[in-house]
Ligand binder design. Sequence first.
Ligand code: MN
Length: 731
Amino acid sequence: METFEFHYGQLQSTVAKHLPGADTALIDQAVEYARNKHKEQKRKDGSPYIIHPLAVAKVVAEMGLDLDAVLGALLHDCIEDTDASHEEIERLFGQTVAELVEGVTKLTRANFSSTEQAQMENLRKMFMAMSKDIRVVLIKIADRLHNMRTMQYQTPAKQVSKCRETMDIYAPLAHRLGMQKIKWELEDIALRYLEPEEYDGIMSYLRAHKEQDEAFMHTIQDTIAQRLDSVDIHHTAYGRIKHVYSIFRKMRAQDKSLDELYDVYAFRVIVDTIPDCYNVLGHIHDLFNLVPGRFKDYISTPKPNMYQSLHTTVIGTQGIPFEVQIRTWEMHEVAEYGVAAHWKYKQGTGEGNEKDFEWVRRLLESQQDTDAEDYVQSLKIDMFDDEVFVFTPKGRIVSLPAGSTPIDFAYAIHSGVGNSMIGAKVNNRITTIDATLKNGDIIEVLTSKNAKGPSRDWLNICKSNQARTKIKQWFKKEKREENVLHGRASFEAEMRRMGLPLSLTIEPELGPQLLKKLSFDTWEDMYAAIGYGGLTAVKAVGRIRDDINRALKNQQSDKQMTPSVLRNVGDPEAGKANRHAVNGIIVEDIDSCMIKFAKCCTPVPGDGIIGFITKGFGVSIHRIDCPNTANRHEPIQAARWVNVRWANQDSQPFDTTLELECVTRDGLLLDVATIMTSNRIRTKELNGKDLPGGKSVFTVRFEVKDVDELESIRNKLMAIPDVISSRRGQN
Ligand code: MN
């Protein structure tokens, strides 16, 4: 039986039936090519390998797919198993066929087995995402079907693992694509190897009751046929026992033996038109007693996988319940072959050019999501290409929005991982945390207990809302002081941009009124909200602009009004808008003085700062945490320390220094330099010196525009292997 000639003949007659007019010479050529390429190979049962592609091509032809798909099926194992190349197949059979074969090969090489049930959904999605052409998936399903049909020649271990994979990936896929017939066959074969005892139990029960079942089904069938003939409805009616796996599942779910099981019989009535379907339904309900609550109209609301039929359950004369499915021939075709049937239909109407998911997607979109059990949502996602699937080092799949970065990945794992992230490896190579992830990448997040937490520019880098929300949460919680500072700076900048005087916000009456309008108790709270991104400065100012303008008008018309600047003398908040910034710094109470930045702590915008009035050199700006500011509360010194703040964000760059403590190794200096240049940081000085104990310290002096950029570059430097710690320089 298992001869080349037999299978070739089978394929030829199937093609003649389903693809009349197809170029059979091309099929003969592909058969000859594949036979020649596989000639050294044997199937597990000893038969020539070519039998397998012939059988797969037959299944593909039965599905109603086109000639390219049949050729693709014939050649589907050539690239993987023989010396055939993409180029050669393209030259001989065209680009489409070569791409189909390439696509199937890719799926063959990917490993879709997983032990984690929770991962199955993602595996299925990845399977779909990897196949650019729906025909690739269909050929792969046909391939699996034939391998399942010949499963008896495999080792028991292989049988179990392949059947598991079939249950997890292929049967659900066939279901989603609406290919009921193939889905059932896959499930029944898999059950036979996965639950042999239960399978045998059901089979022997069915065998023992065969005569009884058949007699029953004949009676019902005759009853239905007589009635429909008498009213002249052209139809085909037949009964069947539901497939083994669905019986098995019902027994499990309802914890019942076969004897007790409800509806194992299903009758099908196939008619020509939709009105006939409803007519037949009426006759069925007239002939038998209806089981309440079991009628389903999948004609008016099709299942998301395109399935359409009327379902009802009734009780026959012997008190045995059975299901009746009523459908048209077209619905029947779709129920059996799903997507492939639609494919065929499309081809027939001459609109067969949309050979991609776009077409399937639209088809599915037009379906109503009627059943929570169904998968239209996830299927849509597959089609949209808007997800990327990556792995943890342990093989867990994580799905992220397309364009995601290691930051998104880290926060998808856990916010703790994201917050302590200092770098990432993609496919075992150190990468920047803003790299774009690709399907199948393996991501390892490098974390450190000493990590300083996310930096603000991560909010612009990450793609997932999840990461963005978690980063904002962190800033909200951990960085109040910094948030207040940041928020205040952007609020004041926006006020200036709108030409509104800041002084009004602290007027005794207007101030609280504005705060109320903003729904905050204190200005600090409001600044903090802007700082962590809960509110934008533009929005905040927009909310109070009218009130301020109204107050300004009143002031102008009120001649008695003391100028607010004067009235607020001595108040540190007063008159801010009038102060001039020098080198990006505003010194409170002093206008236009000389400013220099202390060498000891090299502050950058965003740092908390304080000024020291020097003798003859103006005001020297220190970081508030600089050791040299420790004496500022001493009575003698206190008068020389003044409050200062950053004028705005977009000032010229600032020098700063980082000291990196490292484990000494070759190439470290180069690694540091690479990070600096690849991030376009102007480096002014970079040197290293060895410390005792195999350690060294690198000093990098460079330009940044603010503390965010500084933190971002610091995180990148910390991601270099062997860098242990970093600190802001004290020259
Ligand atoms: Mn194969």
